[in-house]
Each structure stands twice: as structure tokens, then as C-alpha cells.
Design a protein around this ligand. Structure first.
Ligand code: CA
Length: 494
């Protein structure tokens, strides 16, 4: 009886061990998921500006760079909730920055039984960790207070908020939009002495992330006994949130050097008087009231912040290499949404222009070197990340039923051409304003129904800066009708 009981418990132990292990394929890759905040496609790999973002350039050279990836809502909270849930904002119900401390779910029934991307990997047997801002966190206030923001505790085995000094950093803060002194959206910049870069939020986050990589690396220590060998059993998914280039633009001196104010160019703006006021809700004189000099200083501050963020990406990738994790770790680099720096005389986010909805997306999978350095030109949505990563890690058979993205894994591992009919759907204002990107066309509607003057249609192949609205052109009436019906279809899916 005694022996039978021991065997019984032993069997339970073996089975429970196998039940988790069974879900994982042999030798599953690790995932390093790097989020930047408010980063537009004004970066090296997208603009071919040599030396601007050397570390992202290097990452793009060892992965696939998506040329036309679009967020689903150009604001931190809903975009991140959408990426992490794999659902459109109208489906998951997160239509604004939640401000429910410590929970992106709140009491939202749409998310009650739905694991996040990281939560799903955790359920499959991955060790999952978060450093700093993955779900929404207030920048700079929430960071200065070290808050968890709208996190999802179920997603992580280990999570750490970074308490960074932000506006309290060792330097002099210059308010560049003195008539709009809002804590989270004013334009401001600060140059921190290079010797004090370690004080900075993103530097601290990266150091913490590297410490996690150290502890997860399977290494043989020469001369060590077995007890001293570090060999964690599970693969990891490590999500690292960098908060730059979100305002305020704080970076070490060396990052400002390549961007003197006088060299910064304010984009040429054409304002279409036939479009509704909502199209231009982010105009400089409506909110920030910056002088031309202050606008140039803001652009310089943004680019300096991008440079500092890029340096942190370099530190993360170098740590992977040093720890021999680089051959089995997929690195994903993404931003939550784009950002305008004077295009359409508009600044920042929460509008539907191309520069705000389009984001950088690089997926570097070391196992498929023949795809390295390639660009993928088709349209992708950020809700694609969830099923894409699951498939790259061999977990696609266990995905939750309700996901709205398309797995792009075949593009990563085999260079399969992307679906040319794919569209990207993005909203603001709880869905009352919406955008459809398909092929070369961009359709925007500021209103629930099509009305005279509340629509815009651009051909980005001919007009990449979106100056010429074709919505009233008779020659484009068929395309306009198609875009309207695609929008209706998307709204039906929510
Ligand atoms: Ca953001």
C-alpha cells in the first residue's frame, strides 16, 4: 500500500511535469520583445539615414523589416492593449488610457478569459518577464512614481516597474511649448551629462533587462560544480518597454550632437480647407503654440531621444550575444504608434495621418538567415504580432479562439509574399473616426457615416505626404466606394 501510494504520487509528479512540457515543441526559441514609445518611422532603417540609428539598422539586417505596419489606435493605452490582446480596440473595449492602476482588464468582460500575448506564452510553459512600460504607463508622471500603470499581472512570472527621474533628471528642463504646460504632452527637452546617462529611465530598464537575461542564460561555468550551473528549464519571453522618444525629450549630450537645432527641417504643411476641423485637431497653434525655433528644438529633441533609445537596443542585443542567447532568441522591435513632427502643421498623436498610424516593426529570427535583411512591403497590423510569435515558437495549435490578426510567420521563415489585399484598420475617438489602409490608398473618415466633406482619400504612391485629397475626384469614385465598404466590413467585425 505504502509503495503503491509513493508510485501514485510519483506518477502525478511526472504527469504534471509532462503536461506543461508537452505544450512546448523541442528547443523552443526565446523571445525578446522591445517596445519603443511614440516612435514614428523617422528612424534609420526606414529612412536610410546612415549612422542615425546604427543598432536598429543592425537589427534590421538580421531580420525582416515590415515597411507598412500599422497600429490599431494611435495612443499608448489602446494600442498596447490591442497588440497584447491580439484584438481590435472596439473588440477588447480598451478605447482610451485606462488609468485603472495595475490592471488593463479592469472589469472588462471582453478580456476576462482572454490571455494576453505574454499570458498565453506563460500558459504554454514560457517564463515571462516585463521590464517597464508594456501595457500603458503614464510618462513622465507614472515613471517618476514607479507605478505599474494599466499592467496585466497575469501575464508575467516577474515584472518590474522602473522608477526613473524623468523631469527630475540631472539637467535643465527647457519647456518648448510654454503655452501648453501639460505634464504628459507638453514639448520639453533636457540634455543630461554623458557621465550621468545611467540615471535615465531607459538605461535603467535596459540594465534590469540584461540582469534578467543573465539569470536566464544557460551557461557552463568553467570549474563550477553542477550546483553552480545556471540552466533554467523553460524558454523565456522578455518584454522590455523603452519610454523614449515619448516626451519629455531627455537624453545625454552625445545624443543631441548630431542634431543641431538650425539643421532641423519643419515639414511643409498644406492645409485642406475642405476637410473638417477634426482632421487638424493637433495643429500647432491650436494646442502647443510653438515658435518656429521651438519646433526645430522639438524635432532635435525627438531625434536625440530616438538615438538614446537606439543605444539601449544595442546594449540588449550585445547582451544576447555575450550570453550565447543570440542563436535561439527572436528579437522583435515595435512602437505603439507613430508621431507627427509638423506634418500637416500637426504634432504628436491621436489622429489618423499616415505618420501617426504607421510604425516601425522588425522581427529578427536567427533561425532563418536566408531572410535576413529583407523588407516586407505588404500591409500588416500590430494585432498580427500575437499569432505570428505563437507560430514562430510552434505554439499555434493552442491559440485562443478569438484573435483578429493574421500570422505573418511565413514571411519571417520563408519570405512568402504578403497578401496584397490585406488592409489595416485604425480608429480614434471611440471608433467615430476611422482609417483604412489598403494597397496604395489611405481612406480616412471623421464621422460615423460618410457625409460631404468628412472623408479623405490619398494615393500614397503618388502623394506620400498626403496633400491631395481624392475623395471628391470623380475619377476615384469607385475606389472611394470600395474603401467605404471595407470600413463598414471592419466595423461589422468588432
Ligand atoms: Ca505611446
Amino acid at each position: 500500500m505504502y509503495i503503491r501510494t509513493i508510485c501514485y504520487f510519483f506518477a502525478i509528479l511526472v504527469c504534471s511535469g509532462l503536461s506543461t512540457a508537452n505544450r512546448l515543441p523541442d528547443d523552443p526559441p526565446n523571445v525578446l520583445l522591445i517596445f519603443s514609445d511614440d516612435l514614428s518611422t523617422r528612424i534609420g532603417p526606414y529612412l536610410a539615414q546612415e549612422g542615425h540609428t546604427p543598432h536598429l539598422d543592425a537589427l534590421a539586417a538580421r531580420g525582416v523589416q515590415f515597411q507598412r505596419a500599422y497600429c490599431q489606435f494611435p495612443l499608448c493605452g489602446p494600442s498596447r492593449a490591442s497588440i497584447m490582446s491580439g484584438l481590435y480596440p472596439e473588440t477588447n473595449g480598451v478605447l482610451g488610457n485606462q488609468h485603472v492602476e495595475g490592471s488593463y482588464r479592469g472589469s472588462n468582460p471582453a478580456l476576462a478569459d482572454h490571455p494576453s500575448l505574454a499570458g498565453f506564452f506563460r500558459e504554454q510553459g514560457y517564463f515571462t518577464a516585463r521590464v517597464s512600460k508594456i501595457f500603458h504607463m503614464g510618462v513622465p508622471g507614472g515613471i517618476e512614481r514607479g507605478e505599474a500603470g494599466d499592467d496585466d499581472p497575469d501575464s508575467w512570472d516577474f515584472a518590474v516597474n522602473i522608477m526613473g527621474p524623468e523631469t527630475l533628471s540631472p539637467g535643465e528642463i527647457e519647456l518648448l511649448s510654454p503655452e501648453h504646460p501639460h505634464y504628459g504632452s507638453s514639448f520639453a527637452r533636457m540634455k543630461v551629462p554623458d557621465t550621468l546617462q545611467e540615471t535615465q529611465t531607459d538605461y535603467l530598464a535596459t540594465s534590469q533587462a540584461i540582469a534578467i537575461l543573465e539569470s536566464r542564460a544557460a551557461r557552463t561555468i568553467p570549474g563550477a560544480t553542477n550546483k553552480l550551473k545556471i540552466k533554467p528549464a523553460e524558454p523565456f519571453l522578455l518584454a522590455v518597454g523603452l519610454v523614449r522618444p515619448h516626451v519629455p525629450f531627455i537624453a545625454p549630450d552625445n545624443c543631441f550632437d548630431p542634431y543641431p537645432d538650425e539643421d532641423m527641417k519643419i515639414p511643409e504643411a498644406s492645409i485642406d480647407p475642405d476637410l473638417p476641423t477634426a482632421a487638424y485637431s493637433n495643429r500647432n497653434n491650436r494646442i502647443w503654440k510653438m515658435s518656429e525655433e521651438q519646433q526645430r528644438q522639438s524635432i532635435s529633441g525627438y531625434l536625440a531621444s530616438v538615438r538614446f533609445m537606439d543605444q539601449q537596443v544595442g546594449r540588449l542585443v550585445a547582451a544576447l550575444e555575450r550570453l550565447d542567447l543570440d542563436e535561439n532568441t527572436i528579437v522583435v522591435f515595435v512602437s505603439d504608434h507613430g508621431f507627427l513632427l509638423g506634418e500637416h502643421d500637426s504634432w504628436q498623436k491621436v489622429n489618423l495621418w499616415e505618420g501617426t498610424i504607421r510604425v516601425p516593426l522588425i522581427i529578427a529570427d536567427p533561425r532563418y538567415p536566408e531572410q535576413h535583411g529583407k523588407t516586407a512591403g505588404g500591409i500588416a497590423e500590430l494585432i498580427d504580432l500575437y499569432p505570428t510569435l505563437a507560430e514562430l515558437c510552434g505554439l499555434e495549435d493552442h491559440l485562443p479562439d478569438r484573435l483578429q490578426g493574421v500570422p505573418q510567420a511565413p514571411v519571417i521563415h520563408s519570405g512568402v509574399a504578403m497578401d496584397s489585399t490585406r488592409l489595416a484598420y485604425t480608429i480614434t475617438n471611440r471608433g467615430r473616426y476611422a482609417s483604412i489602409r489598403q494597397g496604395q490608398y489611405h481612406y480616412i473618415r471623421w464621422g460615423e457615416e460618410a457625409e460631404d466633406g468628412n472623408e479623405a482619400l490619398f494615393h500614397l504612391g503618388n502623394d506620400p505626404e498626403e496633400h491631395l485629397n481624392l475623395a471628391t475626384s470623380a475619377a476615384h469614385s469607385e475606389i472611394l466606394a470600395r474603401m467605404r465598404s471595407l470600413l463598414k466590413e471592419k466595423q461589422g467585425e468588432r
